[in-house]
Design a protein around this ligand. Sequence first.
Ligand code: ATP
Length: 234
Amino acid sequence: MDNVLEIKQLTKTFGEQLVLDDVSLSLKKGMIYGLLGANGAGKTTIIKAIFDLVKPNSGEIYLFNEKMPQAVDQFKKLGSIIETPVFYENMTVEENLLLHCDYMGEQFKVNVDKVLQDVGLSEAKGKMIDQLSLGMKQRLGLGRALLNEPQLLILDEPINGLDPEGIIDFRNLILRINQTYGTTVLISSHILIEVFKIADTIGIVAKGKLIKEVGKKELEEMDMDIEEYYLSLV
Ligand code: ATP
């Protein structure tokens, strides 16, 4: 009942290259799952497969217990940042969100103010995009992903280019969204500190394989430097 996302034995090749090798993982309602792995490990391919942007060779994906790709209707319960968010530069922050609702559904326009508040951009709503810092743009990207009040937020490397302070701010923001609305989160990263501390479970991906899943408690109790631990696995 509480299954939000289930991936079963996903395999994908691009030409001769085995990019995903028998990947299985599952997200229960309300959890934050961190997908951690080096560049090229296969994280984006997993995420693209969820959105049916990549066709797996084999395996199954279930969204809210419905099998993909038949379950495309479930996409309306998702919010995502898949690539660096792009905005209309000659519009304000607020206009960008309103425009997004034009395409996604007029009914979401009532959420614009709440979303701006949630991501800490209320005071910047009249600013043009080129007046925003990178951190603000990333938060606006998150705000846009939240407009439809998603039950599952899928974030692929959402903080690329942020400095350590920006990473911590963004991480805390995700945690707050998760705690306030119970939103389930799948976040991918190649940066350990991006997911460590907020993820309930971290799935470590290396060369297309999910080599280890480790729970928050296990991580906290670990008598080993977390970076050393990670490096010992990959
Ligand atoms: P990154 O953080 O660099 O995006 P990643 O873990 O998300 O890393 P993927 O983007 O999933 O990795 O890529 C996994 C592998 O699949 C890489 O070797 C990549 O070059 C390859 N790959 C991805 N998409 C394609 C494609 N459309 N055609 C061929 N190879 C691809």
